[in-house]
Unconditional design. Structure first.
Length: 146
């Protein structure tokens, strides 16, 4: 079984970065690098490492910027991966999929047992498995710990 996380608005506070939208429109990846965390990353990392030892796969499914191009996609991908290394350095993700903006995330993971944490209601409603918003991430994950 997989546990999948969105990044922007779920674990990374992209929308809290002053001027984020203007920067994205101007193909500036800075907001992805400087976004603060939305959850206690030390606690999240500990729980994720326990769950991996129990056999769960841990991954990221996150969108690229809207109205992008190949060069900017690469910058955004690198910024997001760098953010993960900075804030969740002890977590060894089984997969990190940075996909085109608007991609249905259920296409990326089709297993009905997979779990998704995502701030986007549309993504949660279209998910094949169990999907949760951002308000109870640690509570749900702690419930999975054997």
């Amino acid at each position: 079984m997989r546990i999948c996380f969105d990044m922007d608005g779920t674990i990374a506070n992209l929308y809290g970065v002053n001027g984020w939208l203007e920067m994205l429109i101007n193909h500036d990846a800075t907001p992805y690098k400087m976004a603060k965390t939305l959850i206690n990353m030390n606690v999240l990392a500990r729980v994720l490492n326990i769950l991996q030892k129990q056999g769960y796969e841990i991954g990221i499914i996150s969108w690229l910027a809207k109205n992008s191009n190949e060069e900017y996609d690469e910058k955004v991908t690198n910024a997001k991966k760098g953010w993960l290394k900075k804030h969740l350095k002890s977590v060894h993700f089984d997969f990190v999929k940075i996909v085109e903006y608007g991609t249905d995330k259920n296409i990326v993971c089709k297993n009905y047992e997979d779990i998704l944490f995502d701030d986007e209601k549309h993504n949660r409603e279209n998910w094949n498995g169990k999907a949760y918003d951002v308000n109870n991430i640690l509570e749900v994950l702690r419930g999975l710990v054997a």
